[in-house]
Design a protein. Structure first.
Length: 79
């Protein structure tokens, strides 16, 4: 299983803070984003930071492993 976390406005757009996805060999970060993007159009257009296992990543072709944790965050602003 892959644990997927959403923060801030991204969580608002997917209407949850956490979900689980089945892992399959060869799965990449791009596969997760594409799958979730179909279910939640517009949610990933505001993502500015992606972390896998608490490490920021930029390569969406990164291979995932079973039990990985992915976090999607948008830029935060406030006063």
């Amino acid at each position: 299983m892959i644990k997927v976390l959403f923060f801030g406005p991204v969580a608002d757009r997917v209407q949850t803070h956490e979900m689980q996805m089945d892992f399959s060999p060869g799965m990449t970060l791009h596969n997760v984003i594409a799958h979730l993007g179909i279910q939640h159009p517009g949610a990933f257009s505001i993502v500015s930071l992606i972390a896998v296992n608490q490490n920021q990543v930029h390569d969406k072709q990164m291979a995932l492993q079973d039990n990985d944790e992915i976090a999607f965050m948008a830029k935060f602003s406030g006063g």
